[in-house]
Write a new protein. Structure first.
Length: 511
């Protein structure tokens, strides 16, 4: 009898085998000829000693340095007894000179069956051609992978004295779907992802140097919380229970603060069942940090220093270009309460207004609202529509109404306001922070209020997590929390205009 997961696998629709075009049929024939010649077109290994860019940088005249390189053929000029081709490895491109008398007839015959896209290993020595190009004179050639599908290689053509590139692999959606081809044909794309790794690595070191502990918390959660968002739902067969992919890791990290850690952080994959656009992907990365005995004022200074130092580390500059704007990340950043920001950019003073009055203000501004949303959401909609896009230079928006932030601590001198900030850069939120609420009685009241909003139809309102409440009933010290959207931070520091350009494999509609 089949197990449940085996049944599910059998029920998955199998895609039809794609039809083969003429080029693929020709390459399959070449593969067979190579096999018939006694050559394995997919051997197990090849020893690499050098990389293309390093060879070119360190090249010395009259020194024929022995090298062993491997890479993908990107250009090829087959001739009678001597040929030229370029290979592309992980660092760049270099030209190979192949002579029949040097590698032998059998190897040269195999070479004549090779195409652009095939992966080869070359052993030889460095030299410079008569045209001045640093190259490798091949003494041995080994086929490492026969490519069966042709790669879209851009071509150059001179028009009116200028070089014009055509047949480039430039269709955005196709590049996202076939990122592997994108990386081959547009190798500069790698730089964004190399910087992404550098950003995360530096932030990890920045936090660890403070003595804070990097931890892991559950991705599958019986109760989702820590943010206002709709979750993805799944089912655990063995326990026969519904589980959720986490929308945030906040509540678990706070449990660790209760347990006695002074500072914890996690680089986490989070999942929100929401729309997809230039700034949202349903699966995204954020880092959350919680530090005991601190508040949001302290956290603002930390964020300023973190963003500034990260920019210097990865770009050697505190200035970056984001969404067409020159952004200066040198501290201090501007600070502005959300109420004052709305007044400054709309001319509307919403301080102390009722839900009905807020609806009238929104309508007066020309904003159409869902009748089910509450005061906090109305303020959020006004801010998002009329204020946020205008905040280009780094700006801390602070002191939100309590209803908008059920997990944040009340401001000691402003009733109905909590100690919270969002950092807005280039018109987009890149991080969020609270002085964390640690009064379990008030926290229960806030979550119960959220439950009532859910009953009104707000699907993103939080639900009550009894275990989290039990945890803070044991006592959580004063605490500052922070969440930074890594994808947006990478966009900011690499000058990318879409979140899809900083995620290797973004979610797309089915082909």
């Amino acid at each position: 009898m089949l197990k449940d997961n085996e049944k599910n696998q059998n029920n998955l629709e199998q895609p039809a085998q794609p039809s083969l075009n003429d080029q693929m049929l020709r390459r399959l024939e070449e593969r067979q000829h190579i096999l018939d010649g006694g050559v394995n077109p997919y051997p197990n290994h090849f020893d690499v000693s050098h990389f293309s860019t390093d060879i070119i940088i360190n090249f010395q005249e009259d020194v024929h340095e022995p090298v062993s390189v491997a890479g993908r053929i990107m250009t090829i000029r087959k001739m009678g007894k001597a040929s030229f081709f370029h290979i592309q490895d992980s660092k760049g491109r270099i030209q190979i000179y192949l002579k029949k008398d040097d590698v032998g007839e059998a190897t040269y015959d195999t070479f004549k069956l090779l195409d652009i896209g095939d992966i080869v290993g070359v052993k030889g020595y460095t030299f410079k051609t008569r045209t001045g190009e640093i190259s490798i004179h091949a003494e041995k050639l080994k086929l490492l992978t026969k490519s069966l599908r042709p790669i879209p290689v851009a071509k150059e053509k001179e028009v009116d004295g200028e070089k014009v590139i055509f047949d480039a692999f430039s269709d955005k959606e196709l590049r996202y779907r076939q990122r592997y081809v994108d990386l081959i044909v547009n190798p500069e794309v790698k730089e964004t992802f190399i910087k992404r790794t550098a950003i995360v690595s530096f932030m990890r070191q920045f936090f660890s140097r403070q003595g804070w502990l990097e931890v892991e918390t559950p991705i599958l959660q019986p109760i989702y919380g820590g943010a206002a968002a709709r979750p993805f739902t799944t089912h655990h067969n063995a326990l026969d229970m519904q589980l959720y992919l986490r929308i945030a890791n906040e509540l678990y990290l706070k449990r660790l603060i209760v347990g006695g850690f002074d500072g914890v952080f996690e680089f986490a994959k989070d999942f929100r069942n929401e729309g997809i656009d230039r700034f949202h992907n349903p699966e995204f990365t954020q880092v959350e940090l919680y530090v005991a005995y601190k508040d949001y004022n302290w956290m603002m200074k930390l964020v300023e220093e973190l963003f500034y130092q990260t920019a210097l580390e990865v770009n050697q500059s505190d200035v970056t270009i984001f969404l067409g704007n020159e952004i200066n990340l040198k501290p201090p950043f501007r600070r502005l309460s959300i109420i004052d920001a709305i007044a400054e950019y709309t001319g509307k003073d919403i301080r102390g207004k009722s839900e009905e009055e807020l609806r009238f203000t929104a309508k007066d501004l020309g904003l159409e609202l869902d009748p089910k949303i509450s005061s906090g959401k109305i303020i959020d909609e006004i801010f998002g529509e009329f204020v946020e896009p205008k905040l280009i230079q780094p700006t801390f928006i602070t002191d939100y109404p309590t209803e908008m932030s059920p997990l944040a601590k009340e401001h000691p001198s402003q009733p109905g306001i909590v100690e919270r900030f969002e950092l807005i850069v280039g018109g987009k939120e890149v991080c969020n922070s609270f002085s964390e609420l640690n009064d379990p009685v008030i926290q229960r009241e806030r979550l119960e209020s959220q439950a009532r909003l859910r009953q009104r139809g707000d699907e993103e309102a939080m639900i009550i997590d009894e275990d989290f409440l039990r945890a803070i009933e044991y006592g959580m010290p004063p605490c500052a929390g922070l969440g930074i959207g890594i994808d947006r931070l990478v966009m900011l520091l690499t000058g990318q205009d879409s979140i899809r350009d900083v995620i290797f494999f973004p979610h797309l509609k089915p082909e």
